[in-house]
Design a protein around this ligand. Structure first.
Ligand code: NAD
Length: 255
């Protein structure tokens, strides 16, 4: 996915103008981002993260408590591989454009909330202030049994590290399939979806619940939805504006 800025097709120019107008007049903006916004920072989406070494697995076979209990080393190693990509990644033009959109909202005293399903921490690294992390953060680790937060740990070649407090295995502090979301983060995301008048949905396949419901909650409340994604999604038909392109190319045109 490139970040080049070629001429914008005329049909898309209309969509961009409409999206800009919606954002400029909004009194409350909610943004939902997914793995797609970090693709241009070199962090694979779930589908792309299951290539190479990992292509024979499905996310449900690696990102669940059951998978961890069955084969903790396999799951730990997959996250270690992804964490390595995250710690070397830097925010891209899409992340930076959302910082500019937030600044614009602040200057005209409009509400702004950025809800992310990403666990890479790149929105905060870019400078976004009001960020709700729905699925945790891969840079953090906690223990499996008691959720003790662990600051540092020793990687070994053949064993999953253990908790210095209780001895249980360490795991990434992310939300796996089948696990509950952090209640405060979920409440903040729901409140943002219910109260916004513009909902911007970027780089998410809108199939992972409960995040996938957020744009529909916004629609029920009368909000307009702007979608940015190179591929159509189940949400596309309900969006007021659908910008079919990479986040790093489209979002700077809205900022
Ligand atoms: P997903 O992998 O299901 O979908 C990614 C979406 O991004 C797709 O619709 C794809 O068309 C789109 N996309 C790809 N490249 C894009 C680009 N350059 N610009 C804009 N959109 C682009 O991801 P999801 O919807 O976030 O849901 C899956 C789960 O995966 C989430 O729970 C998330 O926590 C987790 N995840 C997070 C990261 C991360 O933190 N960076 C990476 C992989 C998976």
């Amino acid at each position: 996915m490139g970040t080049g800025t070629g001429p914008v097709p005329i049909s898309m120019a209309d969509d961009i103008a409409r999206a800009r107008e919606l954002l400029e007049h909004a009194t409350s903006v909610a943004v939902l981002t997914g793995a797609g916004i970090s693709a241009e920072s070199g962090i694979p989406t779930f589908r792309d993260a299951l290539t190479g070494l990992w292509e024979k697995f499905r996310p449900e076979e690696l990102a669940t408590p059951e998978a961890f209990e069955a084969n903790p080393k396999l799951v730990w190693d997959w996250y270690a591989w992804r964490r390595e990509k995250v710690v070397h990644a830097v925010p891209n033009a899409g992340h930076r454009a959302l910082v500019a959109i937030e600044r614009g909202c602040r200057e005209r005293e409009a509400d702004f909330t950025l809800v992310t399903q990403n666990v890479d921490g790149l929105h905060r690294a870019a400078g976004s202030r009001r960020v709700v992390e729905l699925h945790g953060n891969i840079r953090r680790v906690k223990c499996f049994d008691n959720h003790h937060a662990i600051e540092s740990w020793q990687e070994t070649a053949d064993e999953v590290p253990t908790c210095p407090r209780c001895g249980s295995l360490l795991r990434p502090d992310v939300v796996w399939f089948g696990e509950a979301l952090p209640p405060e983060a979920l409440a903040a995301a729901l409140a943002a979806a219910r109260t916004c008048d513009v909902f911007l949905c970027v780089g998410t396949s809108t199939v992972v619940e409960p995040a996938a419901s957020l744009p529909y909650i916004a629609l029920e409340g009368g909000a307009r939805v702007i979608e940015v994604n190179p591929q159509p999604t189940p949400l596309t038909g309900s969006a007021s504006v659908s910008l079919r392109g990479a986040a790093g190319e489209m979002l700077p045109l809205l900022a």
